[in-house]
Design a protein around this ligand. Structure first.
Ligand SMILES: [Zn+2]
Length: 131
């Protein structure tokens, strides 16, 4: 565990729990809004059957949003697990303690700012290269 004090840990634990509840609620509401049982499957796999309609396109918009929310939900759950494991707050790439300010802004953060920006640069390069 990083050098967070008790009070900071409690703030982050609360922030994670709140974010988790928010995401779970949003996803539930979005699923309801799609009106489609198909998307109750939280795997996030988009169906590839050919029958497209306006309704399906609207569902697709929702599906993209739900997928993003699910991605964050997974990140938050992973962060809570690291919390339980005593590994929370350490950069998963270089192992340094992630500053409290960054964790407070983004409790699911897994990397220090240096590693995160390094990763985003690499990712952005990879993407533009494939265009
Ligand atoms: Zn790092």
């Amino acid at each position: 565990m990083s050098e967070l004090n008790e009070q900071q840990m409690e703030q982050l634990r609360t922030a994670l729990a709140r974010r988790h509840a928010e995401l779970a609620r949003d996803i539930r509401e979005d699923l309801k809004a799609t009106g489609s049982e198909r998307y109750a499957d939280l795997a996030g796999e988009v169906n590839d059957s050919g029958d497209e309609s306006v309704a399906d396109q609207m569902v697709d918009l929702n599906a993209a949003m739900i997928e993003r929310e699910l991605g964050e939900l997974k990140a938050v759950e992973a962060a809570r697990k690291r919390f339980d494991d005593g590994e929370y707050g350490e950069c998963i790439d270089c192992g340094v303690d992630i500053p409290f300010a960054r964790l407070f802004a983004y409790p699911a953060a897994t990397r220090c700012i240096a590693c995160q920006s390094q990763r985003e640069r690499t990712y952005a390069q990879g993407r533009s290269a494939s265009l």
